[in-house]
Design a protein around this ligand. Structure first.
Ligand SMILES: Cc1cc2nc3c(=O)[nH]c(=O)nc-3n(C[C@H](O)[C@H](O)[C@H](O)COP(=O)(O)OP(=O)(O)OC[C@H]3O[C@@H](n4cnc5c(N)ncnc54)[C@H](O)[C@@H]3O)c2cc1C
Length: 391
């Protein structure tokens, strides 16, 4: 059978892309190598902006916590920002991803589980996908198979793994009565070029640490520091996971093929948020292939270029500002933390970004205007060449 679209991977990018094709009447297949619901290592933070893109509410029992407070720590300083509304909910990713996939199946997607894609060839005007158990034919493919995307590798799309943050993440039982269910904690002083987090996840805590490449070697020590500081009993062996960050120039289309979500490298370099951009890019991938189909255009690289432009407009341009901001933030940690902790009204704009009501470009402009004023304030602090403030 020849499918119009085959989606490889059934995470948030894949299920959304597949649904977006099926609701438009395209014959859509979705393949995943795992049996669903499958485990997925993740903080489980689904921002309000991400929730708004899904277009339907999550069932109440799926929401483990509603987050309204952010507590941040840097050396002897800390700041707590209370937001008037929840800017994020926490969910179990295996349950959340399964729920999205069920909505896609309802829309008409044919879902095949335990199908590990291993090969891809072009024949006449369609593609042949080989899995460990069989083969499928489709006019076009959406590669939504995550950070280690097999689709990108098989299609010869370059740029994989070039820009990735590395994370250590673990779930531990929460100490009942000691957990603030509505607060997340962020630690900026555990290692250079990265941060640690504690998210409440029902009766458990998601504890993790992520950093840019230059700090990969400091991750384990950073996790030990976090364990010591919070008196949490963390396991000795914790697996690392890559997060590919956006705001970079990367290829994400080839003839007949579009990459979406982590496969395309679409996460926020500042926060690590990826679910929102997986969902948006999945929708845009489906929309782009639908436009080719209804205008009778072949889904070649030229006709798919519109997808990249749509992603640029929807979020990629803003993620460039996020990248610039995070690089500045980690290059001058003392100055930036003092500034953002003292001027918490500016720092709280980050929560508006997570709600989708503010942008990194506006936040960057605000920082560029206010930071020099802050540094020149009276009494004037002395800023050393390494960016340390000495009063
Ligand atoms: C430790 C950690 C914490 C995070 N916390 C958050 C958070 O709190 N909030 C947030 O927004 N983001 C978070 N992220 C990022 C987020 O998890 C990703 O951005 C998001 O999962 C991307 O979705 P996706 O659909 O692109 O890929 P995935 O969710 O990775 O889905 C890819 C799917 O493809 C399938 N697949 C892979 N290879 C094949 C193959 N060869 N054949 C068939 N199927 C295949 C996999 O089984 C998988 O189901 C975190 C990431 C990490 C590593």
């Amino acid at each position: 059978m020849l499918y119009d679209i085959a989606v490889i991977g059934a995470g948030p990018a894949g299920s959304t892309a597949a649904k977006s094709c099926a609701v438009r009447g395209l014959k859509t297949l979705c393949l995943d190598r795992r049996a669903f619901p499958r485990p997925k290592t993740c903080g489980g933070g689904i921002t309000t902006a991400a929730l708004n893109t899904i277009g339907f509410p999550l069932p109440g029992q799926m929401v483990l916590s509603q987050i309204c407070n952010l507590q941040s720590f840097f050396q002897d300083k800390s700041v707590r920002i209370s937001h008037p509304r929840a800017f994020m909910v926490i969910a179990d990713r295996s349950v959340f991803d399964n729920f999205l996939m069920e909505r896609a199946i309802e829309a008409g997607v044919e879902f095949r589980q335990r199908e590990n894609v291993t090969g891809l060839t072009r024949e006449n005007n369609h593609l042949v996908i080989r899995t460990q158990t069989g083969s499928y034919q489709a006019r076009a493919i959406i590669g939504a198979d995550g950070v280690h995307s097999t689709t990108a590798k098989l299609a010869g799309i370059p740029g994989r793994h070039q820009k990735c943050a590395l994370c250590l993440s673990v779930e531990v039982p929460a100490n009942p009565g000691k957990v603030e269910k509505e607060s997340i904690k962020i630690f900026y002083d555990l290692l250079p070029q990265g941060y640690g987090w504690i998210f409440p996840k029902g009766d458990r805590l998601s504890v993790g640490l992520g950093c840019f490449k230059s700090s990969y070697g400091n991750l384990r020590k950073g996790l030990q520091t976090l364990a010591a500081r919070t008196r949490l009993d963390l396991p000795d062996t914790v697996r690392g996971h890559y997060i590919p960050y956006g705001g970079q120039t990367r290829e994400c289309v080839a003839d007949g093929i579009i990459l979406a979500g982590d496969a395309a490298g679409f996460t926020d370099p500042f926060t690590g948020e990826g679910i929102r951009f997986a969902i948006i890019s999945g929708m845009l991938a489906g929309e782009t292939l639908w436009n080719c189909s209804r205008h009778g255009l072949p889904p070649n690289k030229k006709n798919l270029a519109g997808y990249v432009n749509k992603c640029q407009q929807a979020f990629l341009r803003d993620l460039r500002y996020s990248y610039m901001l995070s690089k500045t933030f980690f290059a001058f940690p003392s100055v930036m933390h003092r500034f953002l902790f003292d001027r918490s009204e500016i720092y709280s704009s980050l929560l508006n970004i997570l709600e989708g009501r503010y942008s990194y470009s506006r936040l960057t402009r605000e920082v560029m205007v206010e930071l020099p004023k802050y540094c020149l304030r009276w009494p004037k602090p002395h800023i050393s060449k390494t960016g340390q403030i000495q009063e």
